[in-house]
Design a binder for this molecule. Structure first.
Ligand SMILES: Nc1nc2c(ncn2[C@@H]2O[C@H](COP(=O)(O)OP(=O)(O)OP(=O)(O)O)[C@@H](O)[C@H]2O)c(=O)[nH]1
Ligand SMILES: [Mg+2]
Length: 322
Protein backbone atom coordinates (compact mmCIF):
# COMPACT_ATOMS: atom_id res chain seq x y z
CA UNK A 1 0.00 0.00 0.00
CA UNK A 2 1.28 3.43 -0.98
CA UNK A 3 1.23 6.32 1.47
CA UNK A 4 -0.56 8.29 -1.24
CA UNK A 5 -3.39 5.79 -1.65
CA UNK A 6 -4.89 5.53 1.81
CA UNK A 7 -8.71 5.46 1.49
CA UNK A 8 -10.98 7.90 3.34
CA UNK A 9 -11.23 7.75 7.09
CA UNK A 10 -14.41 8.65 8.97
CA UNK A 11 -14.59 11.04 11.91
CA UNK A 12 -15.94 9.69 15.20
CA UNK A 13 -19.35 11.25 14.48
CA UNK A 14 -19.52 9.82 10.98
CA UNK A 15 -18.54 6.39 12.24
CA UNK A 16 -21.20 6.48 14.95
CA UNK A 17 -23.92 7.92 12.71
CA UNK A 18 -23.30 5.31 10.05
CA UNK A 19 -23.32 2.41 12.49
CA UNK A 20 -26.51 3.59 14.21
CA UNK A 21 -28.24 4.26 10.90
CA UNK A 22 -27.46 0.74 9.69
CA UNK A 23 -28.59 -0.80 12.95
CA UNK A 24 -31.85 1.14 12.85
CA UNK A 25 -32.81 -0.74 9.68
CA UNK A 26 -32.53 -4.09 11.45
CA UNK A 27 -36.01 -5.45 12.13
CA UNK A 28 -37.27 -8.87 13.23
CA UNK A 29 -40.77 -10.06 12.30
CA UNK A 30 -41.56 -12.44 15.13
CA UNK A 31 -45.12 -12.07 16.53
CA UNK A 32 -44.37 -12.15 20.24
CA UNK A 33 -43.40 -8.64 21.31
CA UNK A 34 -40.90 -9.59 24.01
CA UNK A 35 -39.26 -12.25 21.93
CA UNK A 36 -39.11 -9.91 18.97
CA UNK A 37 -37.46 -7.26 21.13
CA UNK A 38 -34.79 -9.73 22.25
CA UNK A 39 -33.99 -10.91 18.74
CA UNK A 40 -33.94 -7.38 17.40
CA UNK A 41 -31.75 -6.08 20.21
CA UNK A 42 -29.21 -8.85 19.71
CA UNK A 43 -28.96 -8.19 16.01
CA UNK A 44 -28.76 -4.43 16.47
CA UNK A 45 -25.99 -4.70 19.02
CA UNK A 46 -24.02 -6.97 16.69
CA UNK A 47 -24.69 -4.59 13.83
CA UNK A 48 -23.43 -1.49 15.66
CA UNK A 49 -20.35 -3.32 16.94
CA UNK A 50 -19.44 -4.65 13.48
CA UNK A 51 -20.12 -1.40 11.70
CA UNK A 52 -17.73 0.36 14.04
CA UNK A 53 -15.11 -2.36 14.37
CA UNK A 54 -14.79 -3.20 10.65
CA UNK A 55 -13.89 0.30 9.46
CA UNK A 56 -11.51 0.73 12.40
CA UNK A 57 -9.78 -2.48 11.43
CA UNK A 58 -9.45 -1.35 7.83
CA UNK A 59 -7.90 1.98 8.92
CA UNK A 60 -5.25 0.19 10.95
CA UNK A 61 -4.53 -2.09 8.00
CA UNK A 62 -4.18 0.59 5.31
CA UNK A 63 -1.47 2.52 7.09
CA UNK A 64 1.94 0.98 6.54
CA UNK A 65 3.02 -1.39 9.25
CA UNK A 66 6.09 -0.06 10.99
CA UNK A 67 7.75 -3.46 11.08
CA UNK A 68 8.38 -3.82 7.38
CA UNK A 69 8.22 -0.24 6.18
CA UNK A 70 10.95 1.06 3.88
CA UNK A 71 13.31 3.40 5.76
CA UNK A 72 12.63 6.15 3.22
CA UNK A 73 8.87 6.05 3.88
CA UNK A 74 9.55 5.89 7.59
CA UNK A 75 11.70 9.03 7.43
CA UNK A 76 9.09 10.83 5.36
CA UNK A 77 6.36 9.87 7.83
CA UNK A 78 8.53 11.13 10.65
CA UNK A 79 9.21 14.43 8.89
CA UNK A 80 5.55 15.03 8.05
CA UNK A 81 3.27 13.69 10.79
CA UNK A 82 5.65 11.95 13.22
CA UNK A 83 6.05 8.18 13.49
CA UNK A 84 5.28 8.10 17.22
CA UNK A 85 2.11 10.13 16.89
CA UNK A 86 0.92 8.00 14.01
CA UNK A 87 1.68 4.83 15.91
CA UNK A 88 -0.25 6.15 18.89
CA UNK A 89 -3.30 7.08 16.80
CA UNK A 90 -3.35 3.65 15.13
CA UNK A 91 -2.97 2.03 18.54
CA UNK A 92 -5.96 3.98 19.80
CA UNK A 93 -8.05 2.92 16.80
CA UNK A 94 -7.16 -0.70 17.40
CA UNK A 95 -7.92 -0.42 21.10
CA UNK A 96 -11.35 1.06 20.31
CA UNK A 97 -12.07 -1.74 17.84
CA UNK A 98 -11.41 -4.42 20.46
CA UNK A 99 -13.27 -2.50 23.13
CA UNK A 100 -16.40 -2.14 20.98
CA UNK A 101 -16.39 -5.83 20.08
CA UNK A 102 -16.00 -6.70 23.74
CA UNK A 103 -18.95 -4.52 24.72
CA UNK A 104 -21.01 -6.28 22.05
CA UNK A 105 -20.03 -9.69 23.33
CA UNK A 106 -20.89 -8.68 26.87
CA UNK A 107 -24.27 -7.11 26.09
CA UNK A 108 -25.69 -9.71 23.71
CA UNK A 109 -26.30 -12.32 26.46
CA UNK A 110 -27.63 -9.57 28.71
CA UNK A 111 -30.20 -8.54 26.09
CA UNK A 112 -31.14 -12.17 25.57
CA UNK A 113 -31.76 -12.64 29.26
CA UNK A 114 -34.34 -9.84 29.61
CA UNK A 115 -38.01 -10.80 29.74
CA UNK A 116 -39.87 -7.62 28.84
CA UNK A 117 -39.36 -5.72 25.63
CA UNK A 118 -38.90 -2.57 27.63
CA UNK A 119 -35.98 -3.94 29.64
CA UNK A 120 -34.40 -5.40 26.53
CA UNK A 121 -34.45 -1.97 24.91
CA UNK A 122 -32.85 -0.47 27.98
CA UNK A 123 -29.99 -2.94 27.73
CA UNK A 124 -29.64 -2.24 24.05
CA UNK A 125 -29.39 1.49 24.52
CA UNK A 126 -26.88 0.96 27.31
CA UNK A 127 -24.74 -1.05 24.89
CA UNK A 128 -25.09 1.71 22.25
CA UNK A 129 -23.99 4.36 24.73
CA UNK A 130 -20.96 2.38 25.84
CA UNK A 131 -19.84 1.69 22.28
CA UNK A 132 -20.33 5.22 21.03
CA UNK A 133 -18.52 6.59 24.08
CA UNK A 134 -15.48 4.52 23.18
CA UNK A 135 -15.45 6.04 19.71
CA UNK A 136 -15.90 9.57 21.05
CA UNK A 137 -12.87 8.92 23.25
CA UNK A 138 -10.66 8.31 20.21
CA UNK A 139 -12.13 11.14 18.17
CA UNK A 140 -8.88 13.16 18.27
CA UNK A 141 -6.89 10.17 17.06
CA UNK A 142 -9.25 9.67 14.14
CA UNK A 143 -8.91 13.36 13.27
CA UNK A 144 -5.15 12.87 13.34
CA UNK A 145 -5.39 9.93 10.92
CA UNK A 146 -7.59 12.00 8.63
CA UNK A 147 -5.05 14.80 8.49
CA UNK A 148 -2.13 12.35 8.09
CA UNK A 149 -3.93 10.82 5.13
CA UNK A 150 -4.38 14.18 3.46
CA UNK A 151 -0.73 15.12 4.07
CA UNK A 152 0.44 11.81 2.59
CA UNK A 153 -1.77 12.22 -0.47
CA UNK A 154 0.01 15.43 -1.36
CA UNK A 155 3.52 14.01 -1.19
CA UNK A 156 5.49 12.95 -4.25
CA UNK A 157 4.58 9.36 -5.04
CA UNK A 158 8.02 7.78 -4.83
CA UNK A 159 7.92 4.01 -5.17
CA UNK A 160 10.62 2.52 -2.95
CA UNK A 161 10.63 -0.69 -5.00
CA UNK A 162 11.79 1.11 -8.12
CA UNK A 163 15.18 2.73 -8.82
CA UNK A 164 15.53 6.49 -8.44
CA UNK A 165 17.78 9.07 -10.07
CA UNK A 166 17.96 12.35 -8.18
CA UNK A 167 18.80 15.48 -10.17
CA UNK A 168 21.09 17.90 -8.39
CA UNK A 169 22.73 21.18 -9.34
CA UNK A 170 22.41 24.90 -8.66
CA UNK A 171 19.03 26.60 -9.11
CA UNK A 172 17.95 27.44 -12.64
CA UNK A 173 20.42 25.11 -14.39
CA UNK A 174 17.63 23.13 -16.10
CA UNK A 175 16.86 20.22 -13.76
CA UNK A 176 13.07 20.32 -14.05
CA UNK A 177 13.26 20.88 -17.82
CA UNK A 178 15.52 17.86 -18.24
CA UNK A 179 13.26 15.67 -16.09
CA UNK A 180 10.37 16.72 -18.33
CA UNK A 181 12.38 15.93 -21.44
CA UNK A 182 13.44 12.42 -20.45
CA UNK A 183 10.21 11.32 -18.78
CA UNK A 184 7.63 9.04 -20.32
CA UNK A 185 4.50 11.07 -19.71
CA UNK A 186 4.19 14.24 -17.69
CA UNK A 187 6.11 14.46 -14.39
CA UNK A 188 3.99 14.99 -11.30
CA UNK A 189 4.82 18.08 -9.23
CA UNK A 190 4.23 17.78 -5.48
CA UNK A 191 6.15 19.00 -2.44
CA UNK A 192 7.98 17.67 0.57
CA UNK A 193 8.07 19.81 3.70
CA UNK A 194 11.82 20.17 3.14
CA UNK A 195 11.71 21.37 -0.46
CA UNK A 196 11.32 25.02 -1.40
CA UNK A 197 9.24 24.28 -4.49
CA UNK A 198 7.34 21.40 -6.04
CA UNK A 199 9.41 18.28 -6.69
CA UNK A 200 9.21 17.08 -10.29
CA UNK A 201 8.83 13.32 -10.29
CA UNK A 202 8.91 11.61 -13.67
CA UNK A 203 9.27 8.05 -14.92
CA UNK A 204 11.32 6.48 -17.66
CA UNK A 205 9.79 3.26 -18.94
CA UNK A 206 12.35 0.61 -19.78
CA UNK A 207 10.58 -2.44 -21.20
CA UNK A 208 9.00 -3.87 -18.03
CA UNK A 209 10.94 -1.70 -15.63
CA UNK A 210 10.67 1.88 -14.53
CA UNK A 211 13.30 4.41 -13.49
CA UNK A 212 12.04 7.27 -11.36
CA UNK A 213 13.62 10.66 -11.93
CA UNK A 214 13.16 13.51 -9.49
CA UNK A 215 14.63 16.87 -8.55
CA UNK A 216 14.92 18.31 -5.07
CA UNK A 217 14.40 22.08 -5.24
CA UNK A 218 16.15 23.84 -2.39
CA UNK A 219 17.89 20.67 -1.27
CA UNK A 220 20.76 19.53 -3.48
CA UNK A 221 21.17 22.95 -5.05
CA UNK A 222 23.19 24.83 -2.44
CA UNK A 223 25.95 24.39 0.12
CA UNK A 224 25.30 22.38 3.24
CA UNK A 225 25.86 25.35 5.58
CA UNK A 226 22.77 26.98 4.09
CA UNK A 227 20.55 24.05 5.06
CA UNK A 228 18.27 23.99 8.07
CA UNK A 229 17.57 20.88 10.16
CA UNK A 230 14.50 19.87 8.24
CA UNK A 231 16.45 20.05 4.97
CA UNK A 232 19.28 18.00 6.42
CA UNK A 233 16.79 15.35 7.47
CA UNK A 234 15.30 15.50 4.00
CA UNK A 235 18.71 14.72 2.51
CA UNK A 236 19.15 11.88 4.97
CA UNK A 237 15.76 10.51 3.90
CA UNK A 238 16.84 10.57 0.24
CA UNK A 239 19.89 8.48 1.14
CA UNK A 240 17.57 5.58 1.92
CA UNK A 241 16.57 5.50 -1.74
CA UNK A 242 20.22 4.92 -2.72
CA UNK A 243 19.72 7.13 -5.75
CA UNK A 244 21.94 7.70 -8.73
CA UNK A 245 22.94 11.36 -8.65
CA UNK A 246 22.61 13.29 -11.91
CA UNK A 247 24.47 16.56 -11.47
CA UNK A 248 23.74 19.42 -13.85
CA UNK A 249 26.28 22.15 -14.48
CA UNK A 250 25.06 25.09 -16.57
CA UNK A 251 28.04 26.51 -18.48
CA UNK A 252 25.95 28.91 -20.55
CA UNK A 253 26.05 31.67 -17.97
CA UNK A 254 22.26 32.03 -17.97
CA UNK A 255 21.50 30.37 -14.64
CA UNK A 256 22.76 33.26 -12.53
CA UNK A 257 25.23 30.98 -10.73
CA UNK A 258 28.92 31.24 -11.56
CA UNK A 259 30.99 28.28 -12.67
CA UNK A 260 32.96 28.52 -9.40
CA UNK A 261 29.81 28.35 -7.29
CA UNK A 262 28.58 25.36 -9.28
CA UNK A 263 31.98 23.66 -9.00
CA UNK A 264 31.98 24.14 -5.24
CA UNK A 265 28.53 22.54 -4.97
CA UNK A 266 29.72 19.76 -7.28
CA UNK A 267 32.70 18.88 -5.10
CA UNK A 268 30.70 19.08 -1.88
CA UNK A 269 28.04 16.71 -3.18
CA UNK A 270 30.57 14.47 -4.89
CA UNK A 271 32.32 13.99 -1.55
CA UNK A 272 29.04 13.31 0.19
CA UNK A 273 27.90 10.80 -2.42
CA UNK A 274 31.27 9.18 -3.06
CA UNK A 275 29.72 5.71 -2.84
CA UNK A 276 26.92 6.50 -5.25
CA UNK A 277 26.65 6.22 -8.99
CA UNK A 278 27.11 9.69 -10.44
CA UNK A 279 26.42 11.23 -13.84
CA UNK A 280 27.66 14.67 -14.89
CA UNK A 281 25.63 16.79 -17.26
CA UNK A 282 26.58 20.04 -18.98
CA UNK A 283 23.14 21.58 -19.48
CA UNK A 284 21.77 24.04 -22.06
CA UNK A 285 24.40 22.92 -24.57
CA UNK A 286 22.49 24.64 -27.38
CA UNK A 287 23.69 27.98 -25.96
CA UNK A 288 27.37 27.01 -25.95
CA UNK A 289 27.97 23.60 -27.59
CA UNK A 290 31.74 23.54 -26.97
CA UNK A 291 31.62 24.43 -23.27
CA UNK A 292 33.04 21.81 -20.91
CA UNK A 293 34.91 21.26 -17.65
CA UNK A 294 37.29 18.47 -16.67
CA UNK A 295 34.52 16.19 -15.32
CA UNK A 296 34.92 12.65 -16.54
CA UNK A 297 32.28 11.05 -18.79
CA UNK A 298 30.07 14.15 -18.71
CA UNK A 299 27.20 14.38 -21.19
CA UNK A 300 26.35 17.65 -22.94
CA UNK A 301 22.58 18.02 -22.95
CA UNK A 302 20.05 20.44 -24.36
CA UNK A 303 16.30 20.15 -24.05
CA UNK A 304 15.97 22.78 -26.79
CA UNK A 305 17.55 20.74 -29.58
CA UNK A 306 17.39 17.32 -27.86
CA UNK A 307 21.15 16.90 -27.66
CA UNK A 308 22.23 14.17 -25.25
CA UNK A 309 18.74 13.33 -24.00
CA UNK A 310 18.80 9.77 -25.36
CA UNK A 311 22.39 9.30 -24.21
CA UNK A 312 21.38 10.23 -20.68
CA UNK A 313 18.48 7.80 -20.80
CA UNK A 314 20.66 4.92 -21.94
CA UNK A 315 23.31 5.76 -19.34
CA UNK A 316 20.63 5.53 -16.64
CA UNK A 317 19.39 2.22 -18.06
CA UNK A 318 22.94 0.88 -18.04
CA UNK A 319 23.52 1.88 -14.45
CA UNK A 320 20.28 0.36 -13.15
CA UNK A 321 19.72 -2.65 -15.36
CA UNK A 322 22.99 -3.82 -16.94
N1 LIG B 1 18.51 27.32 -23.94
C1 LIG B 1 18.16 26.40 -23.03
N2 LIG B 1 17.46 26.78 -21.95
C2 LIG B 1 17.12 25.84 -21.05
C3 LIG B 1 17.48 24.48 -21.21
N3 LIG B 1 17.02 23.79 -20.14
C4 LIG B 1 16.39 24.69 -19.35
N4 LIG B 1 16.46 25.93 -19.89
C5 LIG B 1 15.87 27.14 -19.32
O1 LIG B 1 16.51 27.42 -18.09
C6 LIG B 1 15.59 27.94 -17.14
C7 LIG B 1 15.63 27.10 -15.88
O2 LIG B 1 15.19 25.78 -16.17
P1 LIG B 1 14.56 24.84 -15.05
O3 LIG B 1 14.34 23.52 -15.68
O4 LIG B 1 13.41 25.50 -14.40
O5 LIG B 1 15.76 24.79 -14.03
P2 LIG B 1 15.82 24.14 -12.58
O6 LIG B 1 17.19 23.67 -12.39
O7 LIG B 1 14.72 23.17 -12.42
O8 LIG B 1 15.55 25.41 -11.67
P3 LIG B 1 15.10 25.39 -10.11
O9 LIG B 1 13.91 24.51 -10.01
O10 LIG B 1 14.81 26.82 -9.83
O11 LIG B 1 16.28 24.90 -9.34
C8 LIG B 1 14.24 27.93 -17.82
O12 LIG B 1 13.97 29.21 -18.29
C9 LIG B 1 14.42 26.96 -18.97
O13 LIG B 1 13.61 27.26 -20.08
C10 LIG B 1 18.21 24.11 -22.38
O14 LIG B 1 18.56 22.95 -22.62
N5 LIG B 1 18.53 25.11 -23.23
MG1 LIG C 1 13.13 23.09 -11.03
Amino acid sequence: MNLQEIPTIATADELIDRALRRASRVEETVRNTDYRARLTAVRKIHSVADNIANPLQSYVKVFPSFDNIHPFDRSIIDLTVGVDKLRKALGAADWARKEVLMIGTKYVPKARARKSAENTMKIMSEAYTKMTNVIRQISKHLDFLISARSIFRNLPNVNTDQPVAVFAGAPNVGKSSLIRAISTGKPEVKSYPFTTKGVSLGHIKVKYDIIQVMDTPGLLDRPDIDRNDMEKQGIAALDHLEPVIVFLTDLSGTSGYSIDTQKALHSELKARYSDYNWLDIYSKSDLDPEASLDYSNAISVSVMDDTGVDTLKSELKNIFFE
